[in-house]
Design a protein around this ligand. Sequence first.
Ligand code: LIP
Length: 271
Amino acid sequence: MTDDLEQRLRFAEGLAIEAGAEAHRWFRDLDSLHVEHKGPQDVVSEADRSVERMIRAAIAKAFPDDGFLGEESGSAQINGDRPIWVVDPIDGTQCFLAGIPTWCVSIGLVSGGRPVGGVIRDPNAAETFTGLAGHGATCNGRPMAPTDSGDFTSGLTEVGFSRRIPAGPTVRLIHDLIDAGGIYHRGGSGALGLAYVAAGRYIAYFEGHMNSWDSVAGIALISAAGGWTNDILHGNGLLDGAVIAASGQRLAPALKELAGSVGYTVLEPPG
Ligand code: LIP
């Protein structure tokens, strides 16, 4: 048994690539999939469950004493202060099942109550985003960093949305973003959107609510890459989810003000 987070991240990179290949095999044969509706605009299929079973079994074999929380597992295994793996086997499920190639495998690590590491694998683009607190972040092994943008006029902001929250505040936020000279984008996978902030492709990300399995890996990537994120695990965020705000350091004040203007409180990450 080891507390070596670096070892876990190296393991997670290989696992994410393997899980991405498995997910992509399902993606190439969508007609064979039975789609279940968990709720309005919320779907799941055997592909999600199969890939999560694969990831969970590999982690349990390699790190049997660690905790695990997966979107489809339906229960959280939290073992004292052991690292917790927080996993979405296919993030961007609606896109996946619609045959749209904006989805990914998201494997995050929580230790000491914080998102400390993450791997996001996009098999469609053959990209692996990896980051560990204090060790930086890479895309396919090349160092990456958020933009140094100081205002919204200089690039794309991803604004996520789901039927888990009312439309009003998000619509108002998009209005205010446009008023500030920004442009919004919604790719449909929050994890991939957060990875793109870490890579400097989006200047910021905001969503009124994301589940931890969608966000932990991407938030860890952004922090490791030197960006700013809110505290997503405050209170019971691991199990209940949280508002998500992330950007480069210079844009953080404007992003916090934008969120506050529509009623969201985004908390600074723990020191
Ligand atoms: C998705 C999130 C995204 C959100 C979508 C959906 P899923 O996760 O990553 O941020 O806007 O509604 O929740 O359901 O595809 O795993």
